[in-house]
Design a protein around this ligand. Structure first.
Ligand SMILES: Nc1ncnc2c1ncn2[C@@H]1O[C@H](COP(=O)(O)OP(=O)(O)OP(=O)(O)O)[C@@H](O)[C@H]1O
Ligand SMILES: CC(C)(CO)[C@@H](O)C(=O)NCCC(=O)O
Ligand SMILES: [K+]
Length: 272
C-alpha cells in the first residue's frame, strides 16, 4: 500500500492506495510548522510517521484496517513505514515532510505533460494529468480551492494555459477582513437573488455571481477552442460551485464532471 499526500494552501489531502487502486480520499488540517520546528530530526520523523498512521486510522476506521492486514501492522516500527508520495504547493510543508523516512516528492519535471512553465503549481499539473488520463484529452480542470484555477491541455497532452483567481472562501474572508463595514459571510446552499437588499446577501450575490460568471466564461471559451473537451471540477468548494452554476448556466453545468480524486489519479502514476 502507499499513502499519497497533496498539500494545498488550506488543507492536507490524503489518498490511500492498495496497489494502483485508490481506496479512499480525505482531508485534514495543516500541520503547524511552529509546533514542530524545535523538534530534533528523529522526533520530526516519529511525528510524521505517527501523523500518517493517525490520519489513516481516524478516517478509514475498522473496515479498511480489517480488510488490509498491512495497515494493522503499521504500528510495529520493525515492519517499516507506509511509503509516502507527496505533492505540495507549500514549501515549508514540503521541507517538513522530507523527514518522513520513505518519501517520494513529485515535481513538475517528472510529469509527462508538454509545455509546462517552471512556476506552475504541481497541484494544477497533477490534476490535469489525472483528469486527462482518466477522462481523456483535451481536458480543462477547474480547481475550487483556496485559489480557483483553470488549467487546460490539448489532445497532445500539451498545456494550453490557464488562469488563477481567489477562491470563494478567500474572497469572502478577505472582504470581511479588509473592510470595517463588512462581515465574513458563509456560503449558502442556494444562490439568492442578484439584486440584494441586505449586506450579507449583497456580498454573496457579488462574490458568487462573479465567480460563476467567470467560470461560465472560461468554459465557453475553452469549448470554443476544444468543442469535445471534458471539463473536470475538483477542490473543496466544487459541489457548491456546481450547484450555483447549475442554477444560473444549466447547459454549462451539464458539461462539468465532479472529480474530487483528480490529483490522486495523477499521483497514481508515481506510487512507490
Ligand atoms: N471541512 C472543511 N474545512 C475547510 N474548508 C472546507 C471544508 N469543506 C469545504 N471547504 C472549502 O474548501 C475550500 C478550500 O479548498 P481546498 O481544501 O481544496 O483548498 P487547498 O487545496 O488547501 O488550496 P489550494 O489547492 O488552492 O492550494 C475553502 O474555500 C472551503 O470553503
Ligand atoms: C495556484 C495555486 C495556489 C493553487 O493551489 C498553486 O497551484 C500555486 O501556487 N501555483 C503556482 C503558480 C501557477 O500555477 O502559475
Ligand atoms: K504566496
Amino acid at each position: 500500500m502507499t499513502i499519497a499526500l497533496a498539500i494545498g494552501n488550506s488543507r492536507l489531502h490524503w489518498g490511500l492506495f492498495n496497489g494502483n487502486t485508490l481506496q479512499k480520499i480525505w482531508d485534514t488540517k495543516h500541520l503547524s510548522i511552529h509546533a514542530v520546528h524545535h523538534l530534533s530530526q528523529d522526533e520530526k520523523t516519529e511525528f510524521l510517521v505517527r501523523t500518517v498512521i493517525e490520519s489513516i486510522e481516524k478516517q478509514s476506521a475498522q473496515k479498511l484496517i480489517s480488510t488490509n492486514p498491512e495497515l494493522a501492522s503499521l504500528r510495529k516500527p520493525e515492519l517499516g513505514v507506509l511509503p509516502l508520495v507527496l505533492a505540495s504547493v507549500v514549501p515549508d510543508q514540503t521541507t517538513l515532510w522530507q523527514s518522513y523516512p520513505d518519501n517520494r516528492i513529485i515535481t513538475l519535471d517528472q510529469l509527462p505533460i508538454e509545455g509546462l512553465y517552471p512556476t506552475l503549481g504541481i497541484d494544477r499539473a497533477l490534476t490535469l494529468l489525472g483528469a486527462g488520463t482518466q477522462l481523456g484529452w483535451p481536458i480543462l480542470v477547474i480547481d475550487t480551492g483556496t485559489a480557483l484555477t483553470f488549467t487546460g491541455a490539448d489532445v497532445n497532452r500539451r498545456l494550453v494555459g490557464g488562469a488563477i483567481l481567489p477562491g470563494l472562501g478567500l474572497q469572502l474572508w478577505s472582504l470581511g477582513e479588509k473592510t470595517a463595514g463588512l462581515p465574513v459571510v458563509m456560503l449558502p446552499d442556494n444562490l439568492t437573488g442578484r439584486w440584494a437588499g441586505d449586506t450579507e446577501s449583497a456580498i454573496v450575490s457579488g462574490v458568487v455571481r462573479g465567480v460563476v460568471a467567470a467560470v461560465n466564461d472560461f468554459i465557453e471559451d475553452w469549448l470554443g477552442l476544444f468543442p469535445n473537451s471534458h471539463i473536470a471540477l475538483t477542490g473543496g468548494d466544487r459541489t457548491l460551485l456546481l450547484q450555483y452554476l447549475a442554477s444560473t448556466f444549466p447547459d454549462t453545468a451539464a458539461r462539468v464532471i465532479e472529480t474530487p480524486e483528480a490529483i490522486f489519479w495523477g499521483l497514481n502514476q508515481f506510487l512507490i
